[in-house]
Ligand binder design. Structure first.
Ligand code: GLU
Length: 443
């Protein structure tokens, strides 16, 4: 059973980068009939809010990426405490008493000598008496995980291939603050074990964390999941832009972007597969494979998304949009109008063209022509071929063709020079309204 998890920190809303991560986790589990879990990484109680947690779930629901289960880390502290005690018993964690200033000073000294800022493990060398003295001063320790310098760190990343890290070149990570609160690193591993996560899919900014976390899985006696680290998302200008970081579901909704369009784009950018318009996300599952992901950053382009959105709208069935269409607009109305839309909201505009009399300036030389049109329309058989019948009869009677034949009719009937195919639109307008509009235009 494949189990993936999306683990955002509710310190803000989802942005396009983490929507993409959520999507890939969802796709991988759905492809294999597995489980997709949401884990709110809210151990940072100061920066995490209930509103953000709620908004993340609302956004996932809008996207259609509903998790099979959702947990929050703040409900799981007892588990972390228990597993921490095991690590402590096994000598895998150790208390440290340096202040932030002392640590900063150590880093500066190393930097001054041109050395990497690796923690010197001074706290490991403290004697019981020294520790007792710190405690007597009122100092509380923060805790580090002790990396095993003798076992090499490597894994076969599903996207990046075989990865190696040298534990001697890494600092023992701080896992717990002096006030007892948890940093991200260890609870994540404890949860991945407890939740049976089989695949961790996340951004490549976590590659080093993975190296550290692999040793935590080992120390906790658990097999590690598989890892897929995806290249980050960049804007169309090729940089990590601030704008992308604030581009979330609300903004997409305001732009009239359909969730399926966002999914179709984010499923494929950065992979060797082309972006394709689809109306149902599940269509994309078969071909989804980490082996197709590239190492170069994925480029996100809002204009590409808008163009894709329009193409998808032109294919979307009535049932997918019915609850957002103007009252009275039926399936025939949707199918006639959708080829002209870039967003569903624009349907209301076009529906107004069908139901509301236009207010149009008509050239004098067209009035008699439009009176003729009114008479023909009134006497004609109204069916799906009405536009052809009407314009055919008018061409025969008046000798007009091309623009002089079509444009005055379109203007009189819709009040606009451009718009949906009149073959589809005229039956929607119907005999009564059409004749009335043509007569009004004839004056
Ligand atoms: N809360 C972490 C983040 O948002 C989760 C990373 C992970 O997937 O493990 O970066």
């Amino acid at each position: 059973m494949i189990v993936t998890r999306f683990a955002p920190s509710p310190t803000g809303r989802l942005h396009v980068g983490n929507i993409r991560t959520a999507l890939h986790n969802w796709m991988w589990s759905r492809k294999w009939g597995g489980r997709f879990l949401l884990r709110l990484d809210d151990t940072d109680v100061e920066r995490s809010t209930a509103e953000n947690a709620e908004a993340i779930q609302t956004d996932l629901a809008w996207l259609g990426l509903s998790p099979d289960d959702a947990v929050r880390q703040s409900d799981r502290f007892a588990l972390y405490e228990a597993r921490f005690e095991e690590l402590r018993g096994g000598g895998h964690v150790y208390p440290c008493y340096e202040s932030a200033e002392e640590l900063e000073l150590k880093r500066k000294i190393l930097a001054g000598r041109g050395l990497p800022p690796i923690y010197d493990r001074a706290a490991l060398a403290l004697s019981d008496a020294e520790r007792a003295a710190f405690e007597a001063e009122g100092r509380r320790p923060h805790w580090r995980f002790k990396l095993d310098h003798d076992s090499s760190i490597h894994w076969d990343d599903l996207i990046r291939g075989v990865q190696h890290l040298d534990p001697k070149l890494l600092s023992d990570p701080v896992i717990r603050r002096a006030d007892g609160s948890w940093l991200y690193m260890l609870p994540s591993v404890i949860d991945d074990i407890d939740m049976g996560v089989t695949h961790v899919v996340r951004g490549e900014d976590h590659v080093t964390n993975t190296g550290l976390q692999l040793q935590m899985f080992a120390a906790l006696g658990a097999p590690a999941p598989a890892f897929a680290h995806e290249a980050l998302l960049v804007g169309s200008e090729g940089k990590l832009s601030k704008r992308l970081g604030s581009l979330g579901c609300d903004a997409f909704r305001d732009e009239g972007i359909e969730p399926v369009a966002l999914i179709a784009l984010l499923a494929r950018i950065g992979t060797s597969l082309p972006v394709e318009p689809v109306t149902v996300p599940e269509t994309l599952l078969d071909s989804f494979d980490f082996a197709r992901f590239g190492r170069a950053p994925a480029r996100f382009d809002l204009d590409e998304l808008k163009a894709l959105n329009a193409r998808i709208l032109h294919m979307l069935p009535y049932g997918a949009v019915a609850d957002r269409l103007p009252a009275g607009m039926d399936e025939a109305g949707w199918e006639a109008i959708r080829p002209n839309l870039s967003t569903v909201d624009e349907a209301a505009d076009w529906w107004a063209v069908v139901v509301d009399a236009p207010d149009t300036a008509i050239a004098d030389e067209d009035r008699a022509y439009l009176a003729q049109a009114a008479a023909i329309a009134d006497g004609a058989d109204w069916n799906d071929g009405i536009w052809k019948a009407l314009t055919g009869a008018l061409a025969a009677e008046t000798g007009r063709k091309g623009k002089p034949l079509f444009l005055p009719l379109r203007l009189a009937l819709t009040g606009r020079e451009h718009g949906p195919d009149m073959n589809a639109l005229l039956p929607l307008i119907g005999r009564e309204r059409a004749v009335e509009r043509l007569k009004a235009a004839a004056g």
